[in-house]
Design a protein around this ligand. Structure first.
Ligand code: UDP
Length: 397
């Protein structure tokens, strides 16, 4: 493993892909925690070997299908997910399509000479191991699982040094080789420090709403659908606005431009009650200003909303990786399930008249939050690289 010279930070290569928004957000949260906890000691380099500029056109095409498939044909995504969720299918995928991930990761390793490689996506772990073996011998490879309850088999790779699994993924992975070893580490989903600190006081929230340009004293529902703006946000937004004239709606469309265009048209009808945004980079503000967040059961959004202590109403889940997330949130008292529009309207009707229940859900939500997870993962990485850091410190002394 290359040891940087005196004063030079150790470089970490963080692999993710923009299938949804959760993998990048998790990688960014760990990068930020490393920077804040160990100023000047680490430099994080984020790399998307599936859809980034150095990836093959075929991989870019395939990963580009993720958003449309979960929005328009979730059944097709579900068929792919469950069809590939076995060791045999993963082996087949790794020996065919996923060989294309090796080159961009190997190039990044050759260019960056990282001290460690951290993988935040189920399809980048094997390429990390391969690149380590060829270009960065001795560099630890760590996988950070970003699913909440049911991770896919592809997250597992026998050759990684650590696999960070949320405590909610009970008994996963089941393979004997992980059981009872210190290679499986339980830490929750990493979220950026912007989400830490729990719910705001009423006066703080009023100030935040003022800054965001939304009504200070009305019941505010924030609709989110992850990075892809998935989960039927358009019809749910329209139904809420039609049914209640004392409820304001913020619709976060992510990268879904079609959704944004449709909802922009709706703002003409509800100029004072509807706020429409594309992909925002101040998600913590939008979550914190909400009385209730309505979303698909994305693990990143759940982790962030719980750190902010916001009640959730979960309307759908992406088949496969989000299965079980709604039950987890509902059983903890932090949210409700409303798969149908009529049920969602009923829940909002109830909640807007019952602030005590909204508060209780917010408290239950905050209990689930794990705002220190990113710092814990940063500490794990620093611990793995500790010997090298100490050696360097001795040299610098
Ligand atoms: N996100 C964001 N801006 C947006 C929409 C989403 O930063 O406008 C982030 C959000 O904060 C979260 C992630 O994207 O970190 C979504 O993750 P989740 O697991 O909920 O869903 P995914 O998009 O991965 O399916």
């Amino acid at each position: 493993m290359p040891i940087p010279g005196p004063q030079e930070p150790m470089r970490l290569l963080l692999l993710f892909a923009d299938t949804g928004g959760g993998h990048r957000a998790a990688a960014g949260a760990v990068a930020r925690a490393l920077h804040e906890r160990y100023p000047g000691r680490f430099e994080s380099v984020l790399c998307d070997p599936l859809g980034g500029p150095r990836s093959s056109w075929l991989l870019r095409r395939v990963t580009g299908l993720y958003g449309p498939s979960i929005r328009f044909a979730p059944w097709a995504w579900g068929a792919f997910y469950y069809g590939s969720d076995s060791r045999l299918s993963v082996r087949l995928l790794r020996s065919t399509l996923l060989t294309l991930v090796n080159r961009p990761v190997a190039e990044a390793v050759a260019a960056q000479r990282p001290a460690a490689i951290v993988s935040f996506h189920p399809l980048t772990g094997r390429a990390a191991v391969n690149a380590r073996e060829r270009g960065a011998p001795g560099a630890p490879v760590v996988t950070v699982v970003t699913d909440l309850v049911n991770p896919h088999t592809a997250w597992q790779d026998g050759k990684v040094d650590r696999i960070v699994v949320p405590p909610t993924a009970l008994g996963w992975p089941r393979r004997a080789e992980w059981a009872g070893t210190d290679r499986r580490v339980e830490i929750g989903a990493p979220v950026s420090p912007a989400f830490a600190g729990g719910p705001l006081r009423p006066d703080e929230r009023a100030g935040l709403r003022r800054r965001l340009g939304i009504a200070e004293r009305r019941f505010v529902v924030v609709l989110a659908g992850g990075g892809e703006g998935a989960g039927g946000i358009a019809r749910r937004t329209a139904a809420i606005l039609r049914r209640f004239d004392d409820v304001d709606v913020v619709a976060l469309c992510g990268r879904n431009r079609g959704l944004r265009a449709r909802l922009d048209l709706l703002t003409e009808r509800y100029p004072d009650r509807l706020t429409v945004k594309g992909f925002v980079d101040n998600m913590a503000d939008w979550l914190r200003c909400a009385d209730v967040v309505v979303s698909k059961a994305g693990p990143g959004t759940i982790a962030e909303a719980t750190c902010c202590g916001v009640p959730l109403v979960l309307t759908s889940h992406v088949p496969g990786q989000e299965r079980g997330n709604t039950e987890f949130v509902v059983n903890a008292g932090a949210g409700r399930s409303a798969p149908r529009v009529r049920g969602l309207l009923r829940q909002i009707d109830e909640l807007r008249r019952d602030p005590a229940t909204v508060d209780a859900m917010g408290i239950a939500s905050a209990r689930l939050g794990q705002p220190h997870a990113a710092a814990d993962i940063a500490a794990l990485l620093a611990g793995l690289l500790g010997a090298d850091l100490r050696r360097r410190d001795r040299r610098c002394a």
